[in-house]
Unconditional design. Structure first.
Length: 306
């Protein structure tokens, strides 16, 4: 087959274009720092990179959810522990009147203290984080009024922490301080000390019992306050367990994120030293091809006849 001048020119032009494409690709990798800048660069790696990016984005979202849940539960935990301390004081006051008392000053002091402690429990029941009442469920306003009536909801506010797991960030104030919605009956006699306990109603009953020096009712109140304290402690333990779960999940997600980012880096990050050497070699080769082609295109028929 006869090699014509046009065939030689077309072949030279094709080789120059191929080298130019390789040079452009290396320059783009050096400037962007990415091995894959478009799907056509490496379809298989592109699919893997997109999948890893989606997993990393999901992990970031779950981490954000966990941080929000931890804030809410930490606020709840602080309030619950304060409630536990108040219940300890209530039990101490009630214990002093287990045998009754006719001292009007002591009775008045106990009634005043119990009234103030009940008010503190109500205030803690209205604990807020931002605009959210942590014991109010979906209710936007205060879940407890001044008398201790619960008007919130008992819905569980769940936050996803993985593709298949959720954690509740709420504690029902109605269940916690009123023993349910509607409030549980205040125990007396054989039912004293039974759970669920209407803590606020039990304090009211205890105030009445101390005021009237009703030792039987006072002892029922002591039992109810002990059961109410246990009810609060159960919530404290439950919230602590949820916080532990969140912390463990956060550690697992962080470790998984680090693994995914390493895999992403292996697929996408450019070895700048290696690309620099390749770029220098390709530039030299491209310039040599241009020089050689330029010299060949200057040859004429007379040059071949010499």
């Amino acid at each position: 087959m006869r090699i014509t001048a046009n065939m030689t020119a077309d072949n030279a032009l094709y080789n120059i274009q191929q080298q130019r494409q390789t040079l452009d690709a290396l320059q783009e990798q050096a400037s962007s720092g990415n091995l894959v800048n478009r799907p056509s660069d490496n379809p298989l790696s592109t699919r893997q990179i997109l999948d890893i990016q989606n997993q990393i984005a999901s992990g970031d979202q779950y981490n954000s959810n966990i941080q929000k849940a931890q804030l809410l539960l930490n606020v709840s935990s602080t309030a619950l522990n304060s409630m536990g301390d108040i219940m300890t004081q209530v039990k101490q006051i009630a214990g002093k009147f287990a045998s009754g008392s006719t001292d009007s000053t002591a009775i008045a002091g106990a009634v005043s203290n119990l009234t103030q402690l009940k008010g503190q429990l109500i205030d803690l029941g209205n604990t807020q984080y931002g605009d959210q009442y942590v014991f109010g469920g979906f209710k936007n306003g205060q879940p407890f009024d001044a008398a201790g009536n619960f008007t919130g909801t008992s819905d569980s506010l769940n936050i996803p922490i993985s593709s298949s797991s959720q954690v509740s960030t709420s504690v029902s104030g109605g269940n916690l301080l009123r023993g349910g919605t509607p409030p549980a009956a205040v125990g007396s006699g054989a039912t004293a000390g039974n759970q669920p306990v209407d803590v606020l109603g039990g304090i009211d009953a205890l105030i009445t019992a101390i005021s009237t020096n009703n030792t039987s009712a006072i002892n029922d109140g002591i039992k109810n306050m002990k059961a109410g304290s246990d009810q609060l402690n159960a919530s404290i333990s439950d919230v602590a367990g949820r916080l532990t779960r969140l912390s463990n999940m956060q550690s697992m997600i962080t470790n998984n994120q680090n693994t995914l980012k390493d895999a992403y880096g292996n697929l996408q990050n450019v070895d700048l030293a290696k690309v620099g050497v390749q770029l220098s070699q390709q530039t030299t080769a491209f310039n040599a091809a241009l020089s050689t082609t330029a010299k060949l295109t200057q040859l004429s028929l007379l040059d071949y006849m010499q």
